[in-house]
Write a protein that binds this ligand. Structure first.
Ligand SMILES: Cc1ncc(COP(=O)(O)O)c(C=O)c1O
Length: 390
């Protein structure tokens, strides 16, 4: 059984934002940091690369990727930025870069910046929420695709609306000349991911969310035709000189992007093992239990709020969003007043997002192995009082 360092006085219903890491994995990270500080040169120049290769092959096996096509990045945002930088030479003024209305804001910003630099247009597919099924997403995305579409950014699991997008169907329907970048920030560890089978050009995702690795561990997978021209968002030695021990030009671009604390990515193999041994049945059992719990938690919220399910349960992994009554007084704070009240008065960490725009909003719950159904009952009690429900 994995154990966690989480504050027991708090109800943690937001694994989705920054994850949480089991004690055993954090112990390895501390050990690696001690080794690094006892001899930084030995650690960086001799230990780092072989340890990275072990994590690369374990992670590649887990997500159905070939290790040759997989590199570590610090986070999904960096993965998206690296891809956009890598494809700039392929873009022509007037080309269209597609995102959706549910694309994660930081990554949408990265596409907006690329569009501005290259003279391309940003095209936004308006995906509804609540939605009746995966076809709502497929239709919205394919509805904005034109012969000028050069790149489509698809979130595998969306952030504010917390649904699994039908990326397989969308990719299959697109012309192969369209470059698809999948932002799978939430996907590995939440749902089965088979990167190579998807047919995308690029797939980036976090390990520090549902794989429970330490913060600063993520990956980027690049399909074979794009590997030679891929560059990291931070260009370093690999651009001309290679990097000692890196197996290819592509790996060298990303294996060293400047001195940093590499211990998070060196713990990925351990986090795969620790969570994989947490339940008999391994990762499949963990994912299924988290899904079941988030659906049960969502059912409690739906009943308390007297609303219909805003998305079918089949579109959920282990996060779920529900609309809550609009914010009564618009606030200047980046935190919704309800998030603050739940944090301050009830010791519940749960995010509330303005959606589709303030004052309308969504509350998003997560379910991870440290959560129990009672956590969601406590949330319902708190909401009943804060929102004067019932
Ligand atoms: C869909 C999606 N993409 C990207 C990110 C960004 O992750 P990071 O901050 O680790 O880069 C998130 C974070 O929640 C996300 O939900």
């Amino acid at each position: 059984m994995a154990t966690w360092n989480l504050d027991p006085a708090v109800i943690h219903l937001n694994h989705g934002s920054f994850g949480a890491t089991p004690v055993e994995v954090l112990a390895l990270q501390s050990e690696l940091r001690a080794q690094m500080e006892s001899n930084p040169v030995r650690f960086m120049l001799r230990q780092y690369q072989p340890a990275l290769e072990t994590c690369r092959s374990e992670l590649a096996g887990f997500v159905g990727a070939d290790p040759d096509g997989l590199v570590f990045v610090p986070n999904a945002t960096y993965g998206v930025n690296s891809v956009l930088r890598s494809v700039e030479d392929r873009l022509r003024p007037g080309d269209e870069l597609v995102v959706t209305s549910q694309t994660y804001n930081a990554c949408r910003n990265a596409v907006t910046a690329t569009a501005a630099r290259t003279g391309c247009s940003l095209v936004v597919a308006d995906v509804p929420f609540p939605l009746s099924g995966p076809a709502d997403v497929t239709e919205a995305v394919l509805g904005v695709v034109t012969p000028r579409t050069a790149l489509v950014l698809l979130d595998h699991v969306t952030s504010p609306t917390a649904v699994i997008n039908p990326i397989e169907e969308i990719i299959a329907a697109l012309d192969p000349s369209v470059m698809v970048l999948v932002d799978g920030a939430h996907a590995p560890g939440m749902i089965d991911v088979d990167v190579a089978a998807l047919g995308a050009a690029f797939y980036t995702a976090n390990c520090h969310k549902w794989l429970c690795s330490p913060k600063g561990a993520a990956f980027l997978w690049v399909a074979e035709p794009y590997r030679d021209s891929a560059v990291a968002a931070s260009v370093s030695h690999g651009y001309n000189d290679g990097w000692p021990g890196s197996g290819s030009r592509f790996h060298a671009q990303f294996d060293w992007t400047g001195t940093d604390d590499a211990t998070a990515r060196l713990c990925v193999a351990r986090s795969l093992a620790v969570i994989g041994q947490h339940r008999s049945g391994g990762w499949a059992a963990v994912q299924a239990a988290n899904h079941e719990l988030v659906c049960a938690g969502r059912d409690l919220l739906i009943a308390a709020l007297s609303i219909d399910a805003p998305a079918p349960a089949e579109m959920l992994g282990s996060i779920a969003a529900v609309p809550v009554p609009p914010e009564p007084q618009p606030s200047e704070s980046i935190f919704d007043p309800l998030t603050t009240a739940l944090h301050e008065r009830w010791s519940i960490e749960v995010p509330v997002f303005a959606w589709p725009q303030s004052p309308q909003r969504l509350l998003r719950i997560s379910a991870q192995q440290y959560n129990r159904l009672d956590d969601y009952h406590r949330l319902v009690d708190a909401l009943t009082e804060e929102l004067a429900l019932g």
